[in-house]
Design a protein around this ligand. Sequence first.
Ligand SMILES: [Zn+2]
Length: 704
Amino acid sequence: MMIGRELAAGKDGRRAALRVAVALMAAGAWSTGVAQRVEIAVDSSKPTQVYLPVPGFDKTSIDTTVDPCNDFYKFACGKFAANHPIPADQAGVDQFYELYNVNTQSLNGILNKAAAGGAGRSPDEQKIGDYYKACMNTDLIEQKGLAPVEPLLHEIDALKSKDQLPAVVGKLQRMGVTVFFGYGEQQDLKDAAKQIAAVQQGGLGLPERDYYLRTGAKDVELRQQYVDHVAKMLTLAGSTPEQAKKDADAMMAFETTLAKASMTVTEMRDPEKTYHLQPIATFEATIPGVDFGAFQDAVHSPRVSELNNATPDFFPALVKEVNATDLETLKAYMRYQLLTAMAGRMPKRFDEENFDFYGRKLEGQPEQAARWKRCSNSVNGALGEALGKVYVAQYFAGDSKAKMLEMVHDIEAAMEQDIDQSEWMSAETKVKAKEKLHLVANKIGYPDKWRDYTKLEIKPEDPLGNKIRADEFENDRQLAKIGKPVDHGEWGMTPPTVNAYYDPSMNDINFPAGILQPAFYDSKEDDAVNYGHIGAVIGHELTHGFDDEGKKFDGKGNLNDWWTADDTKNFVARTDCLVNEYGSFTAVDDVKVNGKLTLGENTADNGGLVLAYIAYLDRAKKEGVDLAAKKDGYTSPQRFYIGFAQNYCENSRPEQVRNQVLTDPHSPDHFRANGAIVNQPGFAAAFGCKKGSPMVPVQSCRVW
Ligand SMILES: [Zn+2]
């Protein structure tokens, strides 16, 4: 459960574990599409402009002509869009993206130095430098043409029967080409001390199932654009246009059948719906005729005796459809999936075409990000802890860790107080809630023990090979965990990441060094502003342990109902209030926010703000702060709420908002601000708003 959408680093070079962790921002909503990341050749190796951080208290965004009691977001962020036009290479801009650009610039400085070479480089510096150098070498990429993927294309072409599919699918999945379904490692949801294998639905080129099934004009158009795009990619790789069109149509029919057998994004959030621990024989009985052992060998997994089948209805449908589909169509499907996954390290014609669909058509982004940005973030994806080690030494000031820890402890104390004072929870469940709270582990900045990349070979002249080897390395690292004890020191995000997350199986909250910078944490600002910004982020992650999903896990990370039936009933009545509130927001055109999909995030936003405010008032009291004294024209409580709302100042393209609402468990930014603020008990007094004004409704929602 992250605080926000994952920014543009995307999936380039990373295989996501099949975990249930949730982040502040979701995967892939920014930049270019959800299924694949794309890159085109722009030659500059350095920023052409200097990106500067937005200060914690951003006076330039406040629109003083707006009454804060009428629309607080418009008041706190009203001038943000005018001052922050969306660059052509972004789908939108918000506080996360502003910091992401500053951070990418910092990473780029490190990488240019490492890429310059020299005998004095450490093994990690050699790897990050050469990975970057190769990624930037577009002349070499053009020169190599299709050659680096040709052996793989031939292997697909040479398939004589469907019996041979499992081995090829395993090989492709190992290098990050997500064909047919997903396979990975996770903690056993009911026994968090165990790491097990997991299978789940997958194999779609569009973001998720409903993109294949909705009937609106925009959806029909996007599907046609997707089919055209697939045909173009196949043509670029050597098919005749006629054959490519035929293959693209047949492939669309195949993917549509998979989509129909898939669960919705809302269903996939429910751990009870995605937990079906099965002996391997039980799973294999649902996929008759498939040599799953051959797949496991090829993907470099141990052969397992049991696994979590997250989506049991999907697999029989997949096998049935594979049996009913012509082998040539399946080959075209795998060819396309390979090409789109590798497009960022392929000649410009592939990279451009891939961006044209996933970036331009799907996200509305006119131009692809500069190559230095994409390559810098690719290194973060592929070698994040090698890059992160240098990054934290240069950019993570020691004092921010101590200050963060203090805030985390303040906010944990606020949660304890909030649980104690809860009017709707029984004494017995309160005891258990506090037990869980006391077991939450805090991780701040970077891991205690750095990942060892010794066995990953990176060469300065092999852009695509580096990407494939890095993906295979990460795949093997993930799958090697199966059957081994859990490493509680492991991080699910790299240190430079501008995001944060809660992992219910680990029961830990994680704040990478990347987010501990302005605007989220600004050492030049007072506590009021910082508790509103990063304090609410800490509260957000902590509240995830007690949202509609997190409440189902106990302090040890096990899916285990520790609530009385009455307490759950009260909880649901309160979360239903949030489902209705957010479900009434219209995001773009006629598309409304999905109140159920976003419930966990909205609960976390609301609870996080409540907790941060309690914690701030306690801290201010301890330090003798005069709450009524003004700074920059605002009292401390006012600065706190402005700081919070400014976490979510945004300027987004409509296509991006549309995709976000359809796929992302986070509400669009400005609803995240106002949606939580209208429910805050302290807000009306801070701004002198009357009950019944738009920001102080007579009926408000409150869970935590
Ligand atoms: Zn979250």
